[in-house]
Ligand binder design. Structure first.
Ligand SMILES: Cc1cc2nc3c(=O)[nH]c(=O)nc-3n(C[C@H](O)[C@H](O)[C@H](O)COP(=O)(O)OP(=O)(O)OC[C@H]3O[C@@H](n4cnc5c(N)ncnc54)[C@H](O)[C@@H]3O)c2cc1C
Length: 500
């Protein structure tokens, strides 16, 4: 949204009519439409991020976290990540384009045990995790453990969920054929849990023929779609569903649930029931003359009724309209109503196929896939990324995917985990190189199936294996919902040294 708002103001900035400051916690923009191709090594991770300094060249860009907005004083306060130092920026007009965040309260365990796709570091972490799991599975002999490593659960049969599932399936076929002779393609299970009666609801309701095509193509892969089933809780080793099923897995990818910035709770402004900021037909916050909002954080009226969906094209158009209306306000001209009713949607099905529609005309197969790529190219925000992405698209079929896992052991040093009641956290006799600290819930300790103690908030366990012979001396089972910090051996040793 912001990029397009700023682009429409460029001429007025040059003429000195307006001055623009852009604030973002990241010094880059993420192009989410190609996340699935980054996860599966067709594209380099850098292809989908555009540096803010290139996007907003010559403008005042502030890399900081928006901490608060004082609407009366017309001032935004930001903090820098380094040390929390505060900065204040004055405004006459404020454009709010803060997008949405992942809804971490959607079900228990989502923040601790799922992978998400909104924030760029999460995308990179998932990419590395997927590749590493193939490495671990290739040397794992225990069939149950192998199945757990090679099972990928995707929550949500929407565009994002289906795109990730189909790309992952194509990736699995490629990896097992060319690089992992120890793993059969059929061993890789991709399970999409979809709460509705049909996937791709945005497309399926209007174009049943496209949905039928998509379901048929997906049916010919390793992907299993489970309808009317959704995740109820996520643990480090399983996904539990509302149908009472437990799926053993090390990978749950959550594509459901958007929440809004917690900052909005501090503001006295009208909100939609979804939490989005309610705007009028001109993108002004209801009842405010100099506060504007567009994109995923705004509930802006759609010209055909309802509200604009949280899609990139609507965010872009909102940005342009907001800028034009700000200029009209400055020139004391009447504001222009929002007219855009949508261009089209497309969803890749991998293997050079897609489904989509353009101005209501449905299309599928190879032509739809070409059109999808053309759109992705068109909307990548800077030329550098268009060129890099096109080069990667052209070369990967010949040189192969990038399948290095850039995991640093530092990333894995402390992890938050969530367990459902009755689950085993550690098992007596197994190898272990981590210890745990409980920060919520209760657990029981067993030796040779006899309970020998209870643990609760603030207690720790697992350190004996880490500091001793590497084997667990007891089994620990959760008695209630259990939240833990898992600390890796390297850090445990450091803590021990510090306390000596
Ligand atoms: C995996 C995935 C795939 C998608 N695929 C598609 C697709 O194929 N087609 C499509 O149309 N849409 C797609 N979308 C949706 C699309 O990405 C969004 O609709 C679009 O990015 C919304 O733009 P925006 O400007 O509102 O928000 P964003 O692009 O999210 O930008 C919000 C910005 O605000 C910044 N920000 C937020 N809070 C603060 C704060 N407190 N301080 C400082 N900065 C802050 C963020 O860092 C971010 O840069 C996808 C989304 C995801 C997650």
């Amino acid at each position: 949204m912001t990029i397009h708002a700023v682009r429409s103001l460029r001429k007025s900035i040059r003429k000195g009519i307006v001055e623009v400051s852009v604030i973002d916690r990241n010094n880059y923009h993420v192009f989410h439409g190609l996340v699935a191709e980054v996860l599966t090594g067709k594209l380099s991770p850098g292809d989908i991020v555009s540096p803010a300094r290139k996007l907003f060249k010559g403008l005042d860009f502030i890399n900081g976290e928006i901490e608060s907005v004082d609407f009366n004083a017309q001032e935004v306060t930001t903090t820098r990540l380094l040390d929390g130092k505060r900065f204040k920026i004055r405004f006459d007009h404020l454009i709010i384009g803060m997008g949405s965040t992942d809804d971490l309260g959607k079900y228990p365990g989502v923040s601790e045990n799922t992978f998400r796709l909104k924030a760029y570091p999460d995308v990179v972490a998932l990419r590395n995790h997927i590749i590493s799991l193939f490495e671990y599975a290739s040397i794992e002999a225990d069939p149950a453990e192998r199945e757990e490593l090679l099972t990928f659960v995707i929550a949500g049969g929407n565009y994002a969920g289906i795109e990730v599932a189909v790309e992952l399936d194509e990736f699995a076929a490629d990896l097992t054929r060319h690089y992992f002779p120890q793993i059969e393609y059929e061993e890789v299970r991709i399970i999409v849990l979809h709460s509705g009666a049909f996937i791709l609801p945005e497309l399926g309701e209007r174009f049943p023929g496209l949905l039928k095509y998509a379901v048929k193509k997906i049916g010919a892969t390793n992907i299993k779609i489970r309808y009317n089933e959704r995740i109820q809780s996520a643990t480090p080793v399983s996904a539990r569903t509302n149908q009472g099923q437990e799926i053993s897995t090390r990978t749950i990818i959550s594509c459901v649930g958007n929440a809004q910035s917690p900052l909005f709770n501090q503001w006295e402004v009208e909100r939609h029931e979804s939490g989005r900021l309610l705007t009028d037909d001109y993108f002004r916050l209801v009842g405010k003359d100099n506060l504007w909002a567009g994109g995923d954080c705004a509930a802006a009226p759609h010209p055909k009724g309802g509200y604009c969906p949280p899609l990139a094209i609507y965010a872009m158009k909102a940005g342009v309209k907001i800028s034009k209306n700000i200029l009209r306000t400055i020139r004391k001209k009447p504001l222009a109503k929002y007219q855009f009713t949508g261009l089209g949607d497309a969803c890749t099905l991998a293997n050079r196929r897609a489904v989509g529609h353009l101005y209501g005309v449905p299309f599928s197969g190879w032509p739809a896939w070409v059109a999808w790529r053309v759109f992705m190219f068109k909307y990548l925000p800077i030329w550098e990324k268009k060129i890099r992405t096109t080069i990667d698209w052209c070369i990967w079929p010949f040189v192969g995917r990038d399948i290095a896992s850039y995991q640093s052991d530092k990333q894995l040093q402390v992890k938050e985990l969530y367990f459902e009641p009755g689950q085993e956290v550690i098992v007596e006799g197994e190898d272990g190189n981590t210890m745990f600290v409980i920060y919520e819930g209760e657990a029981a300790v067993f030796q040779q199936d006899r309970e020998i103690g209870r643990l609760t908030k603030g207690d720790y366990f697992g350190e004996l294996a880490v500091l001793g012979n590497g084997r667990r001396s007891a089994t620990v089972k959760s008695l209630s919902r259990l939240r833990l910090l898992e600390i890796r051996k390297h850090l445990v040793n450091k803590i021990k040294k510090a306390l000596e």
